[in-house]
Design a protein around this ligand. Structure first.
Ligand SMILES: O=C(O)CCC(=O)C(=O)O
Length: 271
C-alpha cells in the first residue's frame, strides 16, 4: 500500500434505525449497489454484534484446529453457530446482491474462511473471478460476488486485505486471462490506487469477485479470520421451471447418446 496517500474506502453509512431493525432502506440498497457497480465493493461497518462475532471467531478457530479430516458426519460449518441467518442470509448483503445480480442469486454451503497466521507472507495480487466474456474488450455487469465478514478488527498490523477499487472493470490481456486466478502483475498494480480494508470485526463487505486483491502479512501473534460467502447470478439453467425443462428421458436413450451429447444435455433428467 502507498503510505501517505488517502484513498476512500467505499462505505455505506447506515442509520441507527436501519441498524436496529436490521433492514436497509431502498435508498441505502441503491447507494450500496451503485458503489459496488462503480468501485467493485461496498463496506458496511459494524453490522454484527461484536460479542457474538467474537464467539464465531473462537468457534472458527476450533474448527480449523480440528483439521480437515478430523470431523466425521456433518461438516461443522453446516451447523450452528456458522449457519446463523445473520451470516448466511445477511439482511444487508442479500438485498444489495439481489439488486446487483437479480432475484435468483444462488450459493453453496459450507462457505469458506480466509485466514492468515502470524508471520504469514504477502499474497499475490489476483481476481477470484475473471470477466464473464473474457474475449470481449469490455466488462459486463457483476455475476459473482463474495461477502466477507471479518471476525476480528482488520488492521494494517494483522494484514487487512488490500483491494484495488475499479479493477473489476479492467479487461486483462490474453496471457493473463489464462492464468489461474488472473494473477496481476505487481508493477501494473502499483500504478493504480489501492487500500487496505481497515474495518471493525463484524463489518460486512460485498465485493465483486473480479476485483484485484490480496491478503497482507499478519505481523501480530493472533490468527486473522474472515468469512467468505460466494454468490452467483443465476443464468439459464432452470430445473425448477415449469414445463419441458423437467422432462425425463429413459436410461436406454441416455446411454445411447454420445459422451459429447451427454455433456450438452447434462442437466436433463434421466432414469
Ligand atoms: O485473506 C485475505 O485477506 C484475502 C484472501 C482472499 O480473498 C483470497 O485468497 O482470495
Amino acid at each position: 500500500m502507498n503510505s501517505g496517500t488517502t484513498i476512500n474506502i467505499p462505505k455505506l453509512e447506515i442509520s441507527p434505525q436501519e441498524h436496529a431493525e436490521n433492514k436497509p432502506t431502498q435508498e441505502s440498497i441503491a447507494a450500496a449497489t451503485r458503489l459496488l457497480r462503480e468501485t467493485g465493493l461496498v463496506v458496511i461497518e459494524s453490522v454484527l454484534p461484536r460479542d457474538w462475532i467474537a464467539e464465531i471467531n473462537s468457534a472458527m478457530q476450533a474448527v480449523l484446529d480440528m483439521g480437515e479430516d478430523a470431523h466425521h458426519g456433518t461438516h461443522p460449518m453446516l451447523e450452528m453457530p456458522f449457519m446463523d441467518a445473520r451470516i448466511i442470509d445477511n439482511p444487508f448483503a442479500i438485498p444489495i446482491m439481489k439488486a446487483a445480480m437479480g432475484e435468483k442469486i444462488f450459493a453453496y454451503l459450507p462457505y469458506g474462511c480466509n485466514s492468515t497466521s502470524p508471520g504469514s507472507d504477502i499474497q499475490w495480487i489476483h481476481r477470484d473471478s475473471g470477466q464473464l466474456f473474457p474475449e470481449l474488450p469490455f466488462a459486463l455487469p457483476v455475476s459473482t460476488i463474495v461477502v466477507n465478514i471479518p471476525l476480528v478488527d482488520f488492521t494494517v498490523e494483522n494484514g487487512a486485505t488490500e483491494v484495488w477499487p475499479g479493477s473489476h472493470l479492467i479487461v486483462d490481456d490474453e496471457a493473463v486471462r489464462n492464468t489461474p486466478y488472473n494473477v496481476c502483475d505487481e508493477e501494473r498494480a502499483a500504478q493504480l490506487p489501492s487500500f487496505q480494508l481497515i474495518m471493525p470485526a463484524g463489518s460486512v463487505v460485498v465485493r465483486d469477485m473480479r476485483c484485484w486483491h490480496r491478503a497482507m502479512p499478519n505481523r501480530t501473534e493472533i490468527r486473522r479470520h474472515m468469512l467468505a460467502l460466494v454468490y452467483f447470478r443465476r443464468f439459464h439453467h432452470s430445473p425448477d421451471a415449469p414445463g419441458i425443462f423437467n422432462a425425463q428421458i429413459s436410461e436406454d436413450i441416455w446411454s445411447n447418446m454420445s459422451e459429447a451429447a451427454q455433456e450438452v444435455y447434462r442437466f436433463q433428467a434421466h432414469d
